[in-house]
Design a protein around this ligand. Structure first.
Ligand code: NAP
Ligand code: MG
Length: 499
């Protein structure tokens, strides 16, 4: 079994205790590889290396173009390992090999390149308007790296999330300590290998695998860390924000969601049914922006639901490493228990379970649960308010579109959502009234490295991707240059007074 190592200060090493733990394939519950259990001390070492490398200024002082050249080498190495990454991603997290081959690996690698290219092209100099009061001065803004960034990532898209944290931090000139989720560290560790091979200055990129409750508090409280970027649950986000408050670190948080899909009467029914199913059951529902509340008009309700129940039967649940499988297991036993708990709760709350709710017949190993659809759901029920993070859809009937929008917004979350309609201008008007960071029209889940992604309300703080996301990895400095060089006006207030 492969035994992975931490990467700290340009060197691979074990945890200081030598301790390792196996990661598990959620499809068959078998161990895949051993990873180090990093301690608080290992975390300190990684932070110190990142700090030293940043303060020495080799990486931060390079031109964006030179940094991009180094990072494009990482991209080339990743590209050469694409199928390996796809396979490992499927085994470690239970994503279908179909998805990791077509999406996680190629899109993650492509995002790495796009973020590097976009970051390298962002203007770091921003001119400010001409100033001639009280005297003539030239003013401009300089964009600088923030310093040492901690990137903490979840288990649902382990490789893509590693890319989304690492590429922006590095191209903008920061140093980073990356912490993958304990359930799915392997592809982030492969990214570390690619970075090691590309020979970045030591300490610029570091990775530590260890429990969030142990290494997390060090990353979020150590005064040497300037910024924490977390993708994870809202609970962890609140915790991170509290911990980061004492040293006033910058934080960006990508957290949970309970996103709405609003189907309009004039929707293309086939498209809307498949869109709603894809929006919920893609990656067994373990996607932060999943459209887990589907609002359907009463006028087409029966037809829509009949078609949905027919189509959901086409989802092929099974071994994630089989190319024919379209839905795999959830990531862990703990996650399966959470999902099952919500399925029981939905029934207790009086919703009607139309399909699913159980382990697929004949599958005794692995953390599998069938796609589950509830109707007769009221938006105030807990299954419609709380993030389940599994293959469970709540369908809510509505009469008037204003009522649908009001319910869509009646949530502590605000991450994603969709509108299905043939009237695109009308759908755009509705999209503008949905209080979330992304709204798809006649589509779902398609993220774009050039567009900002993030949450309103308790779904997060800040944005990732696109120029907005890259600029979150910079500090803004105002530089004022006096253009008159008149000694008397050093005390300009008096000078003006006497004039
Ligand atoms: P999680 O439990 O919050 O874990 C996320 C990361 O935080 C993991 O690396 C975890 O480490 C770490 N962590 C745990 N406790 C910590 C602490 N006290 N201090 C610092 N770090 C800590 O979330 P998850 O269960 O892995 O992921 C699912 C959640 O992520 C869902 O709620 C989902 O909506 C959200 N998510 C959001 C987005 C987005 O872009 N908005 C994307 C994907 C997922 P360990 O693994 O070692 O515990
Ligand atoms: Mg695993």
């Amino acid at each position: 079994m492969e035994r992975y190592q931490l990467f700290i200060d340009g060197r691979f090493c074990d945890a200081d205790t030598g301790e390792t733990r196996p990661t598990i394939n959620p499809g068959n519950e078998e161990p895949i590889a051993l990873v180090p259990v990093a301690t608080r001390n290992d975390t300190k070492r990684a932070i110190e290396a990142a700090r030293r490398s940043f303060d020495e200024g080799t990486w931060a002082g390079m031109s964006p173009k030179d940094r991009a050249a180094k990072l494009m080498k990482v991209f080339e190495i990743l590209k050469s390992k694409e199928s390996e990454i796809a396979e490992l991603e499927s085994k470690d997290g239970g994503s279908t090999i179909r998805k990791t081959t077509m999406m996680d690996a190629p899109v993650g690698i492509e995002h790495f390149k796009q973020l590097v290219e976009l970051g390298a092209a962002l203007p770091l100099y921003e001119p400010l308007p001409w100033v001639d009061f009280p005297f003539v001065s030239w003013n401009f803004v300089n964009r600088e790296p923030i310093g040492v960034c901690a990137g903490i990532i979840p288990w649902n898209f382990p490789f893509m999330m590693a890319v989304w944290k690492t590429a922006p931090a590095l191209i903008m000139g920061n140093s980073i300590v990356l912490k993958p989720a304990s359930d799915t560290p392997l592809t982030a560790l492969e990214l570390a290998k690619a970075i090691a091979e590309a020979d970045l200055p030591p300490g610029v990129f570091n990775i530590i695998t260890g429990s969030g409750s142990v290494v997390g508090p060090e990353l979020c409280t150590n005064p040497m860390v300037d910024k924490v970027a977390l993708t994870g649950s809202t609970e962890t986000g609140k915790n991170v924000m509290r911990m980061a408050a004492d040293t006033v670190k910058k934080v960006t948080l990508e957290l949970g969601g309970k996103s709405p899909t609003i189907v309009l009467e004039d929707a293309d029914l086939d498209l809307a049914v498949d869109g709603a199913l894809f929006g919920t059951f893609f990656h067994a529902g373990q996607v932060c922006e999943s459209g887990t509340r589907c609002f359907v008009p009463a006028s087409i309700y029966d037809k829509f639901m009949a078609q949905m129940l027919e189509r959901v039967g086409h989802i092929k649940i099974g071994d994630p490493q089989d190319f024919e499988t379209t839905m795999g297991p959830v990531v862990s036993k703990a996650q399966l228990n959470t999902v099952n708990g919500y399925i029981d709760l939905g029934q207790t709350e009086g919703a009607r379970m139309l399909c699913g709710g159980k382990r697929p017949a004949g599958m005794n190993k692995g953390f599998f649960i069938e796609p589950t659809i509830f109707d007769n759901v009221r938006n105030e029920m807990r299954i419609a308010q709380e993030e389940i993070f599994g293959p469970v859809l709540s369908v809510i009937r509505y009469n008037d579109v204003n009522e649908a929008i009001q319910m869509a917004n009646d949530s502590i979350y605000g991450l994603g959502g969709a509108v299905f309609s043939r009237n695109v201008p009308g759908a755009i008007d509705i999209a503008k009234r949905i209080r979330t960071g992304t709204v798809w029209i006649n589509d779902y889940h398609l993220l774009n490295a050039l567009a900002p992604f993030g949450g309103y309300k308790q779904s997060g703080v800040g944005r990732e991707l696109g120029p907005h996301g890259l600029l979150e990895y910079t500090q803004v400095k105002h530089i004022h240059v006096d253009l008159t060089a008149d000694r008397k006006k050093r005390f300009w207030y008096d000078y003006l007074f006497n004039d």
